[in-house]
Design a binder for this molecule. Structure first.
Ligand code: HEM
Length: 112
């Protein structure tokens, strides 16, 4: 159960940023492992064929959405840290989530 004091957009934005960051950290070793298969062309071809599965494609989209959410949230945090204080933090959180959602839709439609 979430503590009432933490039930705030700023806390949810922090939690999202931490969880997306940690998930991306978990993804990177798997990514490098697959890249390492390039030493053996047949092994790389097998891995690339595996990525054509619908569930893997869906996971790929999920990684893109997580990266987009972490990137837009990260830019928001950098603005918070580097720019003069603004009262519009909730607006910025909403904008960062909206931009991340737009990245997700654009990727799903094959636009990016
Ligand atoms: C895409 C551009 C990225 C931007 C703009 C960005 C920005 C940031 C910022 C500003 C923070 C500090 C948050 C704070 O002040 O508390 C942060 C934390 C972090 N980032 Fe990124 N980041 C990016 C990409 C990545 C990637 C690719 C990964 C993983 C491979 C990653 C993993 C993390 C982790 C684990 C944290 C610590 C989270 C926490 O302590 O809550 N970031 N990021």
């Amino acid at each position: 159960m979430i503590r009432p004091a933490r039930n705030h957009p700023g806390y949810w934005a922090f939690l999202l940023h931490r969880l997306t960051g940690l998930t991306l950290v978990l993804f990177l070793p798997a990514h490098f492992l697959v890249l390492g298969l390039a030493l053996d062309a047949a092994a790389l071809d097998g891995a690339i064929a595996w990525t054509a599965r619908p569930l893997v494609k869906f996971g790929e989209w999920g990684i893109v959405v997580l990266l987009a959410a972490h990137m837009t949230g990260g830019v928001r945090l950098l603005m918070l840290e580097l720019l003069p204080w603004s009262e519009r933090q909730k607006t910025r959180i909403a904008v960062s989530l909206g931009l991340a959602a737009m990245f997700g839709v654009a990727f799903a439609l094959g636009l990016v």
